[in-house]
Ligand binder design. Structure first.
Ligand code: SF4
Length: 222
């Protein structure tokens, strides 16, 4: 029997963040996360008991083919932490084989090297800043593996987080776009812009989570 994967939900929506923000994508949300960020907005998908269905590769391919038939070529693997699913490389390979463009939203704690071949997806990698209380789990070796089509997302919940993002970028010099994403309701985006100006952070882009602006911030499946 083939491997199965813990799929918490799947839906088509627009990408809320990253380089493909605003484009339609199929979202595959996998259950389970190794971190517990202070401001997590998908905590329901993180625990051991997170609701999910055990799905086969065949079922995932069916979902993907349906999305393709509806003109959707982007597919975002998210969570939780999608790279914790055993054999997730098989999913990435199958989705690529179908002609989709996989993007992995990863929390920055999982070493990415094992996922860079044979079908290298795009990575949107979080770097968890101090307000998350998870910074000690970040795998900084990952920075050297990122390319121009990847993204580092610094999720900022405080002013101190923005300053720390600058320090980290200066230290590791990732070769990809750098986004600052305010935690909804925790920091005013205007404050981030002020710090960007003061601190000469011209290599960063501010990005608001589109789905929080378009729909109810607590809505699921959008
Ligand atoms: S890594 Fe993401 S899913 Fe996991 S606890 Fe943090 S915000 Fe939530």
């Amino acid at each position: 029997m083939g491997h199965t994967f813990k799929l918490a939900e799947h839906f088509i929506s627009i990408n809320g963040e990253g380089q493909c923000a605003g484009e339609l994508a199929l979202f595959l949300r996998f259950a389970g996360c190794n971190l517990r960020c202070d401001w997590c907005d998908t905590a329901w998908a993180c625990g051991k008991d997170a609701p999910h269905a055990l799905v086969s590769l065949h079922r995932i391919a069916e979902i993907a083919e349906d999305a393709l038939a509806n003109g959707v070529r982007n597919v975002t693997l998210t969570g939780g932490e999608p790279l914790l699913q055993p054999h997730i490389n098989e999913v990435i390979g199958r989705l690529s084989g179908l002609g989709m463009q996989p993007e992995i939203e990863t929390n920055g704690s999982v070493p990415l090297e094992a996922f860079c071949a044979p079908h290298r997806p795009k990575f949107t990698m979080d770097y968890k800043l101090p307000s998350s209380k998870m910074e000690q789990h970040m795998c900084t070796e990952n920075f050297a593996l990122l390319h121009e089509w990847d993204t580092v997302k610094f999720v900022c919940g405080s002013r101190a987080d923005v300053f720390r993002a600058k320090e980290i970028a200066e230290q590791y010099k990732p070769q990809c776009p750098l986004y600052l994403s305010p935690v909804f309701g925790r920091i005013d985006p205007a404050e981030i812009v002020e710090i960007m100006k003061e601190q000469k952070m011209g290599s960063f882009r501010l990005q608001l989570q589109l789905h929080k602006l378009i729909w109810d911030p607590a809505a699921r499946g959008v």
